[in-house]
Design a protein. Structure first.
Ligand SMILES: Nc1ncnc2c1ncn2[C@@H]1O[C@H](COP(=O)(O)OP(=O)(O)OP(=O)(O)O)[C@@H](O)[C@H]1O
Length: 987
């Protein structure tokens, strides 16, 4: 007989006993005893609901929609997750080194306390060995390490990073992560860990050394971030890969790179990511080449060759196999569940299932076929049944789907099956709260969520806005939602309470997921501190068994360099080190490539040196670098502008051509030309928006609505309205992209299409309308607006650099060797040679300076999403686009006026006006809820639809009032700041 630990939320207070370890999830759910007063309906017992369902399955399709039952069929059934025992971890009394307070770690006591507050009372033995044995904490050695997902890797890096930054006051730390969501999550976590921690730093310079204590500042840096914190203001910068590279470039150029004490790179396997891995490599190679003693830490759960990467990073390496919560894996097909690896042998091939031992052929459980048309597909039937089963027990399920549309449809099915599950009123209220938060988002919300969230189900994909995704992820994290159906956007590194991870097929889009992604997805199950049990179910069609079995057995591929000629090459890397003035000689460049992963993994070093020569030549040809009179390499203003704005050389040349054209014939009487210059150029790394297909009929309609000067601007940019007309009439999808010229043309048309969407956002068109007009998801539109913000900042920098003369530092004594090819070019007297040649004419430089000023003005409009007259107001929290306009029209034309407003009397009515459509939605939903649950009178204390509506309207009003109060306070702060600034200026 086994007993359960204290269950969460839905569970009875009494531990439930399991007979012979065979009690099923359904049995457990039947034993649930809790009183509820659900907003949605009556108080029928589980049995009543369940039995009733059998008889009237199709009579009330909405109310009686049921997930299929899962039935035990093997005596070895260990499916009931409750009987799994998490592996035990030795205690601090057994092993004193497992306490972070141990003198060997020499950590500030406040840091140890903060870890304890966050649930880390003892570290795992492998974490302790990794910290001590590698000398990483005591001797600042570089380290590459790997441990299974959820094995506690981040914690090791957190300790090293924080210790380094706190105990070496002048030093800063950099934490590099691949995704914005991870950057945000990690920033919050590190801020909690750094609470109450101080750095000692010199107070006033002088003969007497006086010090003061200063808080540790953790800041995040990512494209589209609105944070004003700079590198110099923070101690720990948590960044995406691209932002980290830009910070490092700036620090090298400004001579402050010596302040960097440690760089931690999480998800190190991203090195071989097709689009972004090479940036990680060229960045780490810079830090290695500098030889400044910057400590490098790299980690990942999916590294096949950590020793190679450790060799490259001059690091110790450490491999851990420990996972505090083991994951129990299953394969599901044809409505049958098979364990993978848990009953002995893992599943090696598909045929093994049919021909091998009885033990493996026999599924442990079966899922009844569904009578519902919507679940006739066995994969859908299994996914829904498995998710509903665990949600009914009160635990979290994370379901991964291959496409955005399937996340939504599966979530709706799961939610329909959960209609009958009763939940405590506190939970149903927090679900309604989450729904209200979604409904009050200024960018609108995905209405299908109102079918799922009240039943504890959400879906999550890149088509939703960031705010929607945040609300859903938070609601799932705090137990309000029990199921999240997501694309792989939620796969990497995220810490969520998923007891059960379910894969709705092993495909993401058209392709099979790779072994690394599969591990990442499955690794979301059973995370310490979030849940004590983890299990995964990979559901597939029978036809797919062979590739699925291969996938399950596949070894992780070795991480390789993306700087090879057939991938990204070394041109960008070489331009960056020259443009930041880190290197100026051929010898220096050779030294740089010798520090690359490419050099460490490609046996043919001559090939790497040839690549270097080819890159130098191509940069010279494109006039991005030049050879000085002293035979060193220098960046041209263009090369320097490209690096400062974070572009690739190729994208930089494209932008430069556009900007030069804008200088010669800028159409000032239309905004379209300016918006075009702010639209990120279509390339894979700039996000989904750039790769979307153009709807030619929409393009034609948009052109037809333009005035003459806008058409003139577009013609100058390269748009031919007759061609758009033809494409729209012929019903063609895309322009051909067979050669350079065609590629450029297609790029210009796609970019202009995005420009229209951007113009609409800045002209206060609601995001919903923009989404409908361009047939793009709201999340994509939001990503476009956000990436434009970063791109615009890059364009301004680009123009400023083009307007600045390049500072020429005197060469060092040994800085005289240039590559043989470059020498040849120099001797042949090509126009690339000689200082000053590439400097721009004064008129061109002042043209760029003017352009920078104009772009700077437009950047504020982009930021605000509002027209020029509303810019001041749009600085206020929650005042964006349409809200700014309504306040303006109601007489609040300045920040000062808003700061003096009465939140309840003046602002709340305006906010409720904006929420008119939300009220209508609430009304519709209240009607539905009431009618779905039958006759309220018969059910006793069920709320009437008016009561439901009124309750939700009040909630909405309360929420709006809170927002209005924040708005007025924020206006007050801004006004005060302005007054202080003007006093300063006068002073
Ligand atoms: N020693 C510990 N004691 C208690 N909880 C821990 C310990 N180490 C890590 N955890 C917790 O375990 C969870 C997973 O840890 P962490 O995120 O560090 O794993 P990871 O190996 O980096 O995972 P992934 O590869 O999936 O990103 C977190 O909630 C973390 O706080």
């Amino acid at each position: 007989m086994a007993t359960l630990g204290q269950p969460r939320n839905f569970r009875s207070a009494e531990p439930i006993s399991l007979h012979n370890n065979l009690v099923t999830s359904v049995d457990l759910t039947k034993q649930q005893r809790f009183k509820t007063s659900s907003l949605a309906g009556g108080k029928r017992s589980f049995e009543a609901v369940n039995n009733g369902a059998a008889h009237v399955l199709n009579a009330h399709p909405q109310g009686q929609f049921r997930a299929s039952k899962i039935i035990k069929c093997s005596p070895d059934d260990v499916e009931n997750v409750q009987i799994y025992r998490p592996g035990s971890t030795p205690s601090v009394t057994q092993h004193p080194l497992l306490s972070l307070a141990h003198a060997n770690y020499n950590l500030p006591s406040q840091l140890v306390r903060n870890f304890e507050i966050l649930g880390v009372r003892a570290i795992y033995p492998w974490q302790s060995s990794c910290l001590m044995r590698s000398g990483v904490l005591t001797q600042s050695k570089n380290l590459v390490y790997t441990a299974p997902t959820g094995g506690g890797k981040s914690l090791v890096a957190d300790i090293v990073l924080l210790k380094k930054v706190i105990c070496n006051p002048p030093k800063k730390g950099l934490l590099i992560l691949p995704y914005v969501a991870l950057v945000q999550e990690k920033t919050k976590w590190l801020r909690k860990l750094a609470e109450g921690l101080h750095k000692e730093e010199p107070d006033v310079p002088g003969p007497k050394l006086r010090t003061r204590l200063r808080d540790v500042v953790v800041a995040s840096f990512y494209g589209g971030s609105r944070s004003k914190v700079t590198w110099s203001d923070c101690d720990i910068a948590v960044c995406t890969i691209e932002k980290a590279n830009m910070l490092i470039n700036t620090a090298i150029e400004e001579g402050t790179i010596g302040d960097l004490g440690i760089a931690v790179c999480d998800e190190l396997h991203m090195l071989d990511d097709e689009h972004r891995g090479y940036i990680l490599e060229l960045m780490l190679t810079k830090l290695l080449t500098l030889q400044l003693g910057i400590q490098l830490i790299g980690m990942s759960a999916t590294l096949a060759n950590p020793e190679v990467l450790a060799g490259w990073l001059e690091a110790k390496f450490f491999v851990a196999k420990y996972r505090p919560i083991p994951i129990h894996e299953h394969v599901v097909y044809d409505n049958a569940i098979y364990p993978n690896g848990i009953l002995g042998e893992p599943l090696r091939t598909a045929s093994q299932l049919d021909t091998s031992t009885q033990r493996l052929r026999q599924p442990t459980r079966r899922i009844e076929a569904s009578l519902h048309q919507e679940m006739s597909n066995p994969v859908t039937n299994a996914v829904v049944a498995l998710a509903v089963e665990i949600a009914e027990q009160g635990y979290g399920a994370l379901v991964f789907c291959g496409s955005r549309s399937s996340t939504q449809s599966i979530a709706v099915l799961i939610a329909r099956c959960l209609h009958h599950v009763f939940v405590p009123s506190s939970i149903s209220e927090s679900r309604l709260d989450a729904l209200t938060s979604l409904q009050t988002l200024p960018g609108g919300f995905e209405t299908a969520l109102s079918e799922t969230v009240p039943y504890g189900v959400g879906f999550h994909h890149a088509g939703l806005t960031a705010e929607e995704r945040d609300i859903l992820a938070e609601a799932y994290d705090n137990g309000t939602l029990k199921v999240i159906v997501a694309t792989c956007s939620l796969a990497a590194g995220i810490n969520l309470p998923a007891r059960r991870v379910i894969l709705n097929s092993a495909r993401m889009g058209r392709d099979m997921v790779g072994p690394a992604m599969l591990r990442q997805m499955r690794g979301r199950a059973g995370r310490k501190g979030k849940d004590e049990v983890g299990e995964t179910y990979l559901c597939c069609q029978k036809l797919e068994l062979e590739p699925v079995a291969e996938l399950l057995e596949a070894e992780l591929p070795a991480v390789v360099s993306c700087l090879t000629p057939e991938k990204r090459g070394v041109t960008r890397a070489i331009l960056e080190v020259l443009a930041t003035r880190m290197i100026s000689t051929y010898e220096g460049l050779q030294e740089y490539v010798r520090h690359s992963l490419l050099w460490h993994t490609v046996p043919n070093h001559k090939m790497v040196l040839d690549m270097l020569d080819a890159a130098i030549l191509s940069l010279l040809k494109d006039k991005l670098i030049e050879v000085s009179d002293l035979d060193t390499y220098l960046p041209t203003p263009l090369g320097s502008a490209i690096v400062a704005s974070g572009l690739t050389p190729e994208a930089g040349l494209f932008v430069h051509a556009d900007l030069r054209q804008a200088l010669t014939s800028f159409v000032m009487d239309s905004e379209i030309h300016l918006f075009y210059l702010f639209t990120p150029i279509p390339q894979p790394t700039t996000g989904m928006a750039m790769t979307q297909d153009v709807s030619w009929p929409t393009f034609r309609n948009l052109l037809e609505q333009l005035d003459d000067s806008s058409i003139r601007a577009l013609r100058l940019i390269g748009i031919n309205p007759a061609l758009v007309n033809r494409l729209a009439n012929d019903g063609l999808d895309n322009l051909p992209e067979r050669n350079e010229e065609e590629l450029r043309t297609a790029r210009v048309y796609r970019r202009v299409y995005s420009t229209f969407a951007l113009r609409d956002i800045c002209n206060e068109v609601p995001i919903n309308t923009v989404s409908l007009t361009y047939n793009l998801p709201r999340g994509t539109i939001q990503t476009l607006a956000q990436s434009c913000h970063g791109f615009a900042a890059g364009m301004i920098k680009f123009c400023q650099r083009m307007a600045q003369p390049i500072l020429r530092t005197p060469p060092q004594p040994n800085d005289t060797i240039i590559s043989p090819d470059a020498q040849f070019i120099a001797q042949a007297g090509t126009p690339f040679h000689g200082a000053g040649r590439s400097e721009l004419s004064t008129s061109e430089a002042s043209g760029f300076s003017m352009l920078a000023a104009v772009l700077e003005h437009m950047q504020s409009r982009l930021y605000a999403g509002a027209r020029a007259d509303l810019l001041e107001m749009a600085q206020v929290t929650f005042v964006k686009g349409r809200m700014a306009r309504l306040l303006y029209e109601a007489g609040f034309k300045s920040v000062r006026a808003l700061s003096e407003a009465d939140a309840k009397k003046d602002i709340l009515p305006i906010m409720m006006q904006i929420s008119g459509w939300k009220l209508r939605q609430i009304e519709r939903e209240s009607n539905n809820m009431q009618s779905e649950e039958g006759d309220p009178a018969a059910e006793g204390n069920v709320n009437s639809k008016e009561q439901i509506y009124e309750m939700r309207r009040k909630k909405l009003e309360e929420k709006m009032l809170r927002k209005a109060e924040i708005m007025v306070r924020s206006a007050g702060f801004i006004y005060e700041r302005e007054v202080l600034r003007s006093v300063d200026l006068e002073g």
